[in-house]
Design a binder for this molecule. Structure first.
Ligand SMILES: Cc1cc2nc3c(=O)[nH]c(=O)nc-3n(C[C@H](O)[C@H](O)[C@H](O)COP(=O)(O)O)c2cc1C
Length: 220
């Protein structure tokens, strides 16, 4: 697969097979992702991959916190609102999900179920967390985003599916304790990873994108 096809065909996968991804495949993925660019080559990214019984226990802990109504404590605060153009794109995505999968993400009960699915890492055998030191500047958040995309593209090129998940960082304080990550770190993103369940309707949803003329300006 070439780079263009890899970027074009990567998509968020929300249903997985149970069989694990071998450690050497993950090593290749992270080895490639580390070639991402970063501000002054600071490489402000750290990665943890959680598997097996530990991943199950992590899911249980997150669902328990949700069930008992523990308020979320993400290191990156949840957005309070969006500019109109972005809000419209969110609503379009929600409409698509409702039409295709009967999931109404404006219903609080459905949102709770969606959180449980996130905390279960959509049944994936692995959960990846990206983190960095909290004292790093805003540019480093940009850099770790580039790293996240490189990691997901490398995974895709090797047949490993992923979905990036802000929700999976909801209980950052607890997750860091569980994983042995110092509280001085900023937990940036959770990513489920594994082999895709090709038969699942959850994996047929490919949200569209804004047209080129909405995002591209020429000045000549
Ligand atoms: C920073 C970030 C956070 C996201 N958080 C979640 C999440 O918590 N749960 C989820 O199911 N998808 C999450 N997504 C996936 C987006 O919904 C998805 O990327 C978007 O709808 C486009 O779909 P695609 O990835 O299939 O192209 C997130 C994506 C990004 C980049």
């Amino acid at each position: 697969m070439d780079a263009l096809e890899c970027i074009r065909t990567r998509m968020s996968i929300r249903s997985y097979r149970k069989d694990p991804v071998p450690r050497d495949v993950f090593e290749r993925i992270v080895e490639i992702a580390r070639w991402s660019p970063s501000y002054k080559n600071t490489q402000p990214w750290e990665v943890v991959i959680v598997s097996g019984k530990k991943k199950e226990a992590l899911s249980e802990m997150l669902i328990e916190l949700l069930e008992k109504g523990e308020p979320p404590c993400p290191d990156i605060p949840e957005p309070e609102g969006w500019p109109e153009v972005n809000q419209e794109r969110i609503e379009r995505l929600y409409r698509l999900r409702a039409e295709k999968m009967g999931i109404d993400l404006t219903d609080p009960e459905v949102i709770k179920k969606a959180k449980v699915a996130n905390f279960n890492f959509y049944g994936a055998p692995h959960a990846i967390y990206l983190y960095q030191d909290s004292s790093l500047p805003l540019w480093s958040l940009f850099d770790i985003g580039l790293f996240a995309q490189s990691l997901m593209l490398a995974a895709h090129a090797l047949g490993v599916a992923t979905v990036p998940q802000a929700f999976a960082t909801d209980y950052a304080k607890y997750i860091k304790d569980f994983l042995g990550i110092p509280q001085s770190k900023r937990l940036v993103l959770g990513i489920s990873a594994g082999y895709p369940d090709q038969d699942s309707p959850a994996n047929t949803l490919r949200p569209d994108r804004a047209a080129l003329d909405e995002i591209l300006m020429w000045v000549e």
